[in-house]
Design a protein around this ligand. Sequence first.
Ligand code: SAH
Length: 371
Amino acid sequence: MIVKTDIRALSLEQISSRLTDLGEPRFRARQVHDWLWQKGVHDFAQMSNLPLSLRQKLDEHFAVNNGRIAREQHSVDGTIKNAVALHDGNVVESVLIPTDTRITACVSSQVGCSLDCSFCATARLSRVRNLNADEIFDQVVTIREQARLHFGRPLTHIVFMGMGEPLLNYPQVMGAIDRITAADGLAMAPWRITLSTAGIPKMIRKLADDRKRIRLAVSLHSAIPEKRTRLMSVNAACPLPELQSALQYWYRQTGSKVTFEYVVWAGVNDTDDDIRALLAFTARIPSKVNLIQYNAIDQGPYQQAGVDAVEAYRIRLLNAGVAVSIRRSRGSDIDAACGQLAGSLSGEVEATAAPTAVAVEANVSLNLKTL
Ligand code: SAH
């Protein structure tokens, strides 16, 4: 039996050389590549401008490791949450968030998460594996189709705020962004993409150097070291001064302001000291602050602070000249809001494809210890 190669793990040049070996003219590679990355097709049989014999040959030698939507839930506010069953049976979630002016795709970058932020549902799952670039790309293509089907509008924005820490799956996340932004891919503008990170200084510097022209958001939640470590244990390995200097570097290299995501919890970070620490931290980084609403994930210790506490933050930030917005929660009735994604179908779906060569081997994991 021929072990099929995951065709979306190959570059255009690699497809070209494999097709030449199979006795096909070189120009066929470009056609196949366009079907895969411009039209998002998963089935060789649908590649209608290829001769039937080539479509059969492709099917014999290559696989497309696409997932399928195992469950699609619609919120009363229009938000759609997809549970995507991957080809190996793992499940990740993606979310379509509609507003009057935008349609945003919120995508996952890992199955589970490498980090263990104490307030986040995804953190309850340990990291199972990184997603491949094509698995991230597919989430975007699905939501792009849902935007047209349910709203008659195009997808306008993408945020890496689903499951996982995108900077700990750097090569595959960048591979997906390249295909999403490429002229021979989905041709979306890079500045419509926001990568959200828990704050890995070394990788923020790399992202700045790589000049992808995407936007950066950092989940801060506290600018007081011990407190932030309690909320986000990553802060022990990646302390605030290092994060601050990496973000200054980011701004110098890209000229793009950072957005800080910040939840105000009652009795946790709602004092004047907390506000002062945030002001001191942001004063040295061109940035804006997004005060996001907490989405309860269990009966745990965290509770959204009241309107007054959030308003105190807003006023003080504004007075200090820091742009601030308050983001209300979307899709919470279907557990699609930030921090609620936990792949609840895991274990209920089966693998749909035989393992393929190339795919997972190339997917090298980064972890905090090796950085
Ligand atoms: N790992 C990345 C991206 C995934 S989390 C990161 O940390 O940024 C996306 C956003 O949701 C982050 O800002 C995170 O802090 C926030 N979040 C996590 N759990 C939440 C919850 N229960 N309520 C509100 N926001 C939450």
